[in-house]
Design a protein. Structure first.
Length: 131
């Protein structure tokens, strides 16, 4: 599970003195402070996907919980359904994309690297969106 793996990554990072981590989870996962006050598009996507992949969504939430409490400089990109679409661009936003949004793996990967270098979203979990 992702949350188990990130726990091991956090332990290793601390042992090696690494302080920055950027990871990815699904866009239906909520941070604890969003529960009960989530944006309508997040609530819709979550409702649609919980029927099919509740375990994956809940694991993504635990993944974020562990990073929040890690003391590391963390960012979690919350990506919508990803496709093999070549190219494209993903921007990061505090607001979730519409529930039917998809993005290519390449666009999300570029956004992930851009955040690792740019450090704009440290301590937050932005959504990957179409610009």
């Amino acid at each position: 599970a992702s949350s188990t793996a990130i726990g091991q990554v956090i332990t290793t990072m601390r042992a090696q003195g690494i302080k920055r981590v950027v990871s990815v989870t699904g866009s239906a996962a909520r941070l604890d402070q969003e529960v009960g006050s989530e944006h309508r598009w997040l609530a819709t996507r979550r409702s649609m996907l919980m029927r099919h992949m509740a375990g994956l969504i809940l694991d993504g939430e635990e993944h974020m919980r562990r990073l929040v409490s890690s003391g590391l400089g963390w960012t979690v990109l919350r990506a919508p359904v990803m496709t093999a679409e070549a190219g494209g661009t993903a921007s990061l936003s505090a607001l979730p994309p519409s529930p039917d949004t998809t993005l290519g793996y390449e666009a999300v990967s570029v956004a992930l690297v851009r955040e690792l270098v740019g450090r704009e979203w440290i301590g937050r979990a932005p959504f990957a969106c179409r610009p």
